[in-house]
Design a protein around this ligand. Structure first.
Ligand SMILES: Cc1cc2nc3c(=O)[nH]c(=O)nc-3n(C[C@H](O)[C@H](O)[C@H](O)COP(=O)(O)OP(=O)(O)OC[C@H]3O[C@@H](n4cnc5c(N)ncnc54)[C@H](O)[C@@H]3O)c2cc1C
Ligand code: FES
Ligand code: FES
Length: 478
């Protein structure tokens, strides 16, 4: 069954948009067509949070509330969801939502421009959690920038929510919304508007059928990279194949020796699982963009962009991950190490997609990963270093080291690895090995960091790694 319209709930009102423009952003739709101007435009690239809205999604018969950046999401992604915008938070009798009320009481609304975004991020935190500690609060607003005053009053307002009754108008309306969402039956969506096409298949079989017949399309997953073509480069994406509605691409399988992650698995889901096996991987992901970005951005999208500063890539390289690639008739497995060819170029052919990524579980190894960026939250890495060592009787028996931000592609440091192998775990070993990084890596200088700084940092991260291992401290050495 195919539909050419997008059906969603605007809070609790069913809306159908017939044949929307597949390149129109949610932000533009909300402001220009719904004529609701509470949601603001700041950067148009997912970086400031002024445009934050919340999508209610039905997961196992419950509603999950996801804060997302409406400036980098396209209208068809609304299909089957509940759209909640800042205007919906005031109840029908004009009463402010507890989150809004707290921001007023604690003077958290300063310039007012960023405030609707903060309200929506805190609203999704309020709805998805029972209590709110400092870590959760700062994480929840990590994608919202305040550039006029500061975060203290906003954080105080968020803390005060711990003492508030959690039953709001959305809790009262929940069952009705669940029933309404269930009625919007899942169908493949196919839209042809002017000379633009959008196709959102519900399963891999339909996906294979379409990629067999065409080759001039762009896959869309979270859109946190692709959508910027429209919002920043002012170009059009003529043919989109949306992978996000394919449940078969959103999975995490744990076996004895590895984890397999479906390509369209959102990073936010992945980070919760990977924490159990590689806490440092989790720590880096916690600093990956913001909650808004990780709610939609996928592991497959991060790999396919092949950005030299893609945060998961050096980590996956040092864990010897494999990428499973699917075409309409074949599936093949490649070591990730051979997948990246050149700056943003990979071995993926036109009508192939990433199906999943397999991450080995090195149960006895020591694994460490570090992200260095100018700003702690919501910033792209200057350098990301990842280290995976097998150590037996104080001797390094295996070393897998990889860096991001140090070459045109995320890269293993093979000369350094070779130099460390079969050496004792001493400071001299690491001191010598760090010089081999100059052979392995050829960073450039840009606005994030000079090439000299990058090289120095890469060496220092290796030394930091040794110090942490040697002191047998699992905690981070800051
Ligand atoms: C504000 C902001 C902050 C960011 N911060 C970080 C950060 O801290 N660290 C970091 O690493 N990145 C960051 N990014 C970059 C971005 O989040 C990543 O590149 C992201 O992982 C892309 O995933 P996506 O699912 O959104 O991909 P999309 O944007 O949907 O797609 C990206 C590319 O991959 C292709 N693609 C997607 N899925 C598949 C698939 N399964 N098979 C084949 N091709 C596919 C698409 O066709 C497209 O070319 C940030 C981006 C923004 C906007
Ligand atoms: S306008 Fe800045 S994140 Fe959307
Ligand atoms: S309160 Fe809006 S930028 Fe500071």
């Amino acid at each position: 069954m195919i539909s050419s319209s997008v059906k969603f709930l605007l809070n609790d009102k069913l809306i159908e948009i017939k044949n929307p423009d597949p390149n129109q952003t949610l932000l533009s739709y909300i402001r220009t067509e719904l004529k609701k101007t509470g949601t603001k435009e700041g950067c148009s690239e997912g970086g400031c949070g002024a445009c934050t809205i919340v999508l209610g999604e039905l997961v196992n018969n419950k509603i999950e509330y996801k804060a997302i950046n409406s400036c980098i999401s396209f209208v068809p992604s609304l299909n089957g969801k509940q759209l909640i915008i800042v205007e919906d938070l005031v109840s029908q009798n004009g009463k402010l939502h507890p989150v809004q009320d707290a921001l007023v009481k604690f003077h958290g609304s300063q310039c007012g421009f960023c405030t609707p975004g903060f309200v929506m991020s805190l609203f999704s935190m309020f709805k998805n959690n029972k209590s709110f500690n400092n870590e959760l609060i700062t994480d929840s607003i990590s994608g919202n920038l305040c550039r006029c005053t500061g975060y203290r009053p906003i954080i105080d307002a968020a803390k005060s929510l711990n003492k508030i009754n959690k039953n709001d108008q959305f809790s009262k309306n929940k069952n009705k919304v669940i029933q309404q969402l269930k009625k919007i039956k899942p169908k493949n969506v196919y839209i042809k508007k002017d000379d633009k096409i959008y196709f959102s298949p519900k399963n891999i079989k339909d996906l294979k059928n379409i990629i067999k017949k065409h080759s001039n399309f762009s896959f869309l997953a979270g859109g946190t990279d692709l959508s910027l073509k429209v919002t920043k480069e002012r170009k059009e994406i003529p043919f989109i194949i949306d992978l996000k509605e394919i449940n078969e691409l959103d999975f995490i399988k744990v076996s004895k020796n590895d984890l397999e992650i479906g390509a369209a698995t959102p990073l936010i889901k992945f980070e919760k699982e990977i924490k159990k096996y590689y806490p440092d991987f989790y720590s880096v992901l916690k600093r990956y963009g913001s909650i808004q970005i990780r709610n939609v951005g996928t592991i497959g999208g991060n790999i396919a962009t092949a950005s030299p500063i893609g945060d998961s890539l050096p980590i996956l390289l040092s864990l010897n991950a494999e990428v499973l690639i699917q075409s309409f008739n074949k599936r093949k497995v490649l070591p990730l190490n051979s997948f990246f060819l050149d700056y943003r170029k990979t071995k993926l052919k036109k009508n192939e997609f990433i199906y999943s990524i397999k991450i080995p579980l090195f149960k006895k190894n020591i694994f460490k990963a570090f992200k260095i960026s100018k700003r702690f939250d919501d910033d792209i890495s200057s350098v990301c270093g990842s280290f995976n060592f097998e150590i037996k009787n104080n001797k390094i028996t295996e070393a897998y080291i990889a860096y991001g931000g140090m070459a045109a592609v995320p890269k293993r440091a093979k000369a350094c690895e070779k130099n460390l192998k079969n050496k004792p775990l001493t400071i001299n070993t690491f001191d010598q090995a760090k010089n081999y990084l100059e052979k392995d890596l050829s960073p450039i200088g840009d606005m994030r960091a000079s090439k000299e700084y990058r090289l120095e940092i890469a060496k220092n991260l290796l030394m930091k790694c040794f110090i942490e291992i040697n002191s047998k401290k699992l905690s981070r050495l800051n």
